[in-house]
Design a protein around this ligand. Structure first.
Ligand code: UDP
Ligand code: MG
Length: 337
């Protein structure tokens, strides 16, 4: 009888402990990552015992065209901690991050790339900062760009300089999407329901107590980067348009400046004609001025167009992503809530 009681007590204690353990959701956006998904899984499984939390691995298949989803399904069959959301097409990493934050059930959430460029070895420290040091969010930044083409690094640096001059929200050079956050921060990020998402800006905009960890760049474990130079350029432009209206001000200021210059020229020409008569001269310079101004006007209209396009897309209020299939075990049991 006594033994039975003790057993029941022990069971109760064990349950209590299990309940106390927090759940960490690891969100992994994947686009054509068939080679890296198993490698990533192995790396996370290795570090898991060092973490004093329960784990949930939430893979977001961003409309991959290769066998990524099959690889994820294989993992989820043998490990119940593996969940997934699969999009109807490629919606981009930003959409995948949003979907991940929305579907994850953890008390803490961490965003990680599938290619192991976000070192899992930082996870224990990140957890420690949140659990013991009272931080809401632990972000990471690469301090080197080793292994990246120099031209790409050069333009990346220029971009961060430019956007930080133009925008009130600080966009940190080298900041990764590799961040761990509390549920509260995730909810804050989710409350920003805009369609044109620029996560680097959103993460800063929401604020909260944030700790930065630095690390050296790690090269991809396998597969290829999804970012061409052109894609990065468009991403940079999107970032500027999303986080600054300075280009609009610039084009107005330039317009005003040219108006003043033109006015001074008119006065000079009138005075000159009155004093020296009116010999027909200077058509080449006139042609140049017309082309110059026409170019400037088109440029300004282009800037205006960028903002209008974003507003247009935003007003459509389309969903950020569409799901084709998913498996979210822990949520299903909670769906009664
Ligand atoms: N990714 C995604 N959707 C995309 C492009 C990329 O989900 O449209 C994922 C990709 O699978 C990877 C992460 O985002 O896990 C980072 O992509 P990548 O490694 O190509 O970018 P890089 O590290 O070169 O900046
Ligand atoms: Mg990468």
């Amino acid at each position: 009888m006594y033994n039975q009681c003790q057993d029941i007590l022990k069971l109760g204690e064990a349950r209590g402990e299990a309940q106390e353990k927090k759940l960490l959701s690891v969100i992994i956006p994947c686009y054509n990552e068939q080679e890296t998904v198993p490698i990533f899984y192995r790396a996370i499984s290795e570090i898991a015992p060092e973490l004093n939390v329960e784990l949930e691995l939430l893979f977001i298949d961003d409309g991959s065209r290769d066998r990524t989803l099959d690889e994820i399904k294989k993992l989820s069959e043998k490990d119940e901690r593996v969940n997934y959301v699969s999009f109807s097409r490629n919606f981009g990493k930003e959409a995948a991050i949003y979907a991940g934050l929305q579907s994850a059930t953890g008390d803490y959430l961490v965003l990680m790339d599938a290619d192991l460029q976000d070192p899992p070895s930082l996870l224990p420290q990140m957890l420690h900062e949140i659990q013991d040091n009272g931080y809401d969010c632990v972000a990471t930044r690469r301090v080197t760009r080793k292994g990246e083409p120099p031209i790409r690094s050069f333009f990346a640096r220029r971009f961060y300089r430019l956007i930080n001059r133009m925008s009130k929200t600080e966009i940190v050079d080298g900041a990764r999407d590799y961040q761990m956050m509390t549920r509260q921060v995730a909810d804050a990020i989710l409350s920003i329901g805009e369609y044109n998402r620029f996560s680097k800006g959103i993460f800063e905009w929401v604020g909260f107590k944030k700790k930065w960890l630095e690390y050296e760049n790690v090269e991809r474990a396998a597969g290829e980067t999804k970012w061409s130079f052109w894609k990065l350029f468009v991403y940079a432009m999107d970032g500027i348009v999303a986080y600054s209206t300075v280009p609009l001000v610039l084009s107005s200021v330039l317009g005003l400046l040219l108006f003043v210059v033109a006015f001074v020229f008119i006065i000079i020409i009138i005075v000159r004609t009155l004093v020296f008569g009116d010999p027909t001269q200077g058509w080449p310079s006139l042609a140049c001025i017309i082309i110059f101004l026409a170019g400037l006007q088109l440029f300004s209209i282009g800037i205006l167009g960028q903002y209008l396009a974003k507003t247009y897309l935003e007003t459509k209020r389309r969903p950020i992503y569409l799901i084709r299939e998913k498996k979210i075990a822990s949520k299903e049991t909670e769906s009664v809530r």
